[in-house]
Design a protein around this ligand. Sequence first.
Ligand code: PLP
Length: 409
Amino acid sequence: MKTVYFDCNATTPVRPEVFEAMRPFLSADGEYGNPSSLHTVGQRAHAALEAAREKVAALLGAADASEIVFTSSGTEADNMAIVGAAFAHRERGRHIVTSAVEHHAVLHTCEYLEKEHGFQVTRLPVDRQGRVSAEDLKRAIRPDTILVSIMAANNEIGTIEPTAELGAVCREKRILFHTDAVQAAGKMSLDLKNSPVDMAAISGHKIYAPKGIGALYIRRGVRLHALLHGGAHEKNRRAGTENVPGAAALGAACDLARREMPKEEPRIRALRDRLEKGILSGVPAVFLNGHPTERLGNTTNLTFEYVEGESLVLALDQAGFALKKSDLPGVEVSTGSACASGLLEPSHVLKAIGVPPEHIHGSVRFSLGHFNSDKDVDSALEIIPAAVDRLRKMSPLWEDRAPSPSGKG
Ligand code: PLP
């Protein structure tokens, strides 16, 4: 049975074109050089690294490829931006502003600075659709604020944050603005050179490159403290021999994303819309979490009332579908052991947008991508209503439910 994969915000398969771009750097008769070596073998690897950097810069709309630093992941890029800015600018102040819906790569990094290094962190609330307001940001900024970090698009609900507006507030106050663009890159167009963004994190495995490669955009002139110390790699911004195969793959993935986006974005959005509308109209007592329009075209997060999201994910997994229950960050299919290991925390994102706990547990994320087709949506629309119906028939709560205000369930 072929798996229908609807979990592209968790990770994506490597595209064959990306694999081919990486292959020469993994072979003994290919380009195995160290890009810091002066000889020809090394210089060829160096040239490949710089070509990849150009491609990453082009996808992000950076003014210059030198503004891109390769990292091991989106998490490292977020850490480099936040800890790097905090340490480099702590003489000016120790206050950081972020939001309640950030990925843990940002939230836990801010928490670390708070607990271990005496920084103060303000976490801005979001509205019912998951958006941060510029007015709230203005009110939160203090004379000692040195950094604001608000994501470009949310991984769980897909809501797109108004980064142009938020960044403009920071620019006016001369405060650094970082955005976690891990979910936005490759899914919506970015034009960083004409935006008030100073730093932006991306990750390869969300855009059909392998796991273990990411990048941080650092606007020219922005000063960061390095996290890794050693050689002069990446212009002294990140020590360690560069992951040339990973960088080549990330470059190829960014190049594909940039060239294909005008066609791929609307194609995937249409599939997502058909899936979403089909479920909302075909299954009673389901509602959407996230912004109705300011949302990534591949993401839909739905609450199925009177259903355990975990049971639904498992039932669909058996039918060949891979998707994610909303309250288990990073866990594709939750199990009893996930519960026992304390992972069953209600999603902080759904909590922040005001979804009640019983609904959070019935929430499931569908995130589509390049390899999805109309056939996948057809089979999802065939299987999901029946699976939900079966699970609800086993629930005493469904039998005793009060009539829904929408009259649909
Ligand atoms: N930021 C966001 C919004 C993400 O969705 C993720 C991954 O899920 C990350 C950061 C971390 O990226 P990585 O898995 O490359 O460390």
